[in-house]
Ligand binder design. Structure first.
Ligand SMILES: Cc1ncc(COP(=O)(O)O)c(C=O)c1O
Length: 409
């Protein structure tokens, strides 16, 4: 793909970056990020796009996304706060948090952001606290999908969403507190490649719009897949966009007050715009494996450990030699601390670089301080010669945050 990281992170540039900023490091491409936003606005010209910032909440990237006309989808009060601080307007923010506490409901309401609520409990509590408010309802219409069971967010066993048969009770609770149900929402899962699956869930959602007289928006969630493996083909976003746009136009045809379609892509916006750059620290050969130890691991990119996800890798420099059955592993005390497994790679040298590709989504966002290790720094490439540090490398005090560890006077 023209936007692949090789197009913006040539080996020489990666080496200079590693020398200047150090590794481990997340690096992002502004042009790729903008291209992804453009592809979405082209495919869904009439929709309100709400970038699911859980995929990557770096403030600089949130500003780039805003400059491209996208709003945000949030799942916690601090995501709402950060989005507002990055210039997103409250009307362009939605909240789809799961199992919200009363404090969550209060904070998001105070920010003036529309909430997608997905339990009778949350509706009742919200109604009691803020009678007469506008609210949106998240449904689970039993069609789910995604790249791994952990990310399928609809279906009979899912914690997310209200079943269609719960809608009358939701309406009754709303009526009791004077809540106006102005939105219908669903999100069926993440990493979906088949437009037919998305439409299979979209159609019954549209069918339910007729029972809600105050409706203004229909939010069909995110979930658009991006290829990680070399044999995966990209989602046909244009075809999906055309089908969704046609169906929505048909729905609006007879309506006095047209509905607005909202979508919440996360992965599609940022995954291919980012890489994780690491350095080989340790080489170890066992009888039938080469362990390539690097200065990053599951604490920085948990997707391979959590979902058995595949990320493409590239070695810098590319060495000659017989390919060996290689496992790229980190410094964390877990056997699951693997970034890539079963790759056929020639023996590198300690000090070489390893680029882990397509790491812009659910990479830094899911990073932790496990084993008391710092999270990576982040940089943005934004045109020739324009490289900026968009998150500084953490130090001991960032990780420890002990109040009793004040500097001595
Ligand atoms: C409610 C909601 N919307 C949107 C998304 C974004 O999904 P994706 O990154 O697959 O587009 C998620 C992801 O978990 C979600 O929970």
């Amino acid at each position: 793909m023209a936007d692949g990281w090789h197009s913006w992170l040539a080996p020489g540039r990666a080496r200079r970056l590693a020398e200047r900023v150090g590794t481990p490091l997340y690096a992002y491409s502004g042009p790729v990020l903008r291209n992804r936003c453009r592809a979405l606005t082209r495919a869904f010209p009439d929709a309100g796009l709400r970038y699911a910032m859980k995929a990557n909440a770096n403030p600089t990237l949130l500003r780039v996304v805003r400059s491209m006309g996208l709003g945000v989808d949030t799942v916690s009060p601090w995501e709402v706060q950060l989005a507002l601080e990055c210039g997103h307007r409250k009307n362009d923010i939605v909240y789809s948090g799961s199992n919200p506490s009363d404090d969550d409901l209060r904070a998001v309401h105070r920010a003036g952001v529309l909430l997608n609520l997905d339990s009778i409990s949350a509706l009742r509590r919200y109604g009691r606290m803020f009678p007469g408010s506008r609210v949106s309802v998240r449904l689970n219409l039993e069609v789910g999908g995604g790249h791994h069971p952990h990310v399928i967010t609809a279906g009979p066993d899912s914690k997310f969403g209200l079943a269609a048969e719960d809608l009358p009770e939701a309406r009754a609770v709303a009526a009791r507190f004077g809540l106006r149900i102005v939105g219908l929402h669903q999100h069926i899962g993440s990493g979906i490649f088949d437009p037919a699956l998305f439409l299979e869930a979209f159609d019954p959602l549209l069918a339910l719009t007729s029972v809600l007289p105050d409706l203004e928006t229909v939010d069909a969630g995110g979930g658009f897949g991006v290829p990680y493996r070399p044999d995966e083909s990209p989602l046909d976003l244009a075809a999906l966009g055309a089908a969704v746009t046609d169906r929505f136009a048909a729905l609006n045809k007879g309506r006095k007050k047209p509905l607005r379609l909202l979508l919440e892509p996360g992965r599609y916006v940022v995954a291919e715009a980012g890489v994780l750059l690491t350095t080989v620290t340790t080489l170890k050969r066992t009888r039938d494996r080469l362990f390539i130890g690097v200065d990053s691991g599951m604490h920085h990119l948990i997707r391979p450990a959590l979902y058995q996800s595949y990320h493409p890798v590239a070695m810098i420099p590319e060495r000659d030699g017989a390919p060996l059955r290689s496992f790229i592993v980190g410094p964390i005390c877990e056997s699951g601390d693997v970034l890539a497994e079963e790759r056929m790679l020639p023996m590198p040298d300690e000090g070489d670089l390893v680029v882990i590709g397509n790491a812009g989504a659910y990479g830094f966002a899911m990073a932790s301080h496990y084993n008391l290790r710092a999270r990576p720094a982040e940089v943005l490439f934004d045109g020739p010669g324009k490289v900026s540090l968009i998150r500084a490398r953490e130090g001991y005090r960032d990780v420890i945050r002990r109040r009793d560890l004040r500097p001595k006077r």
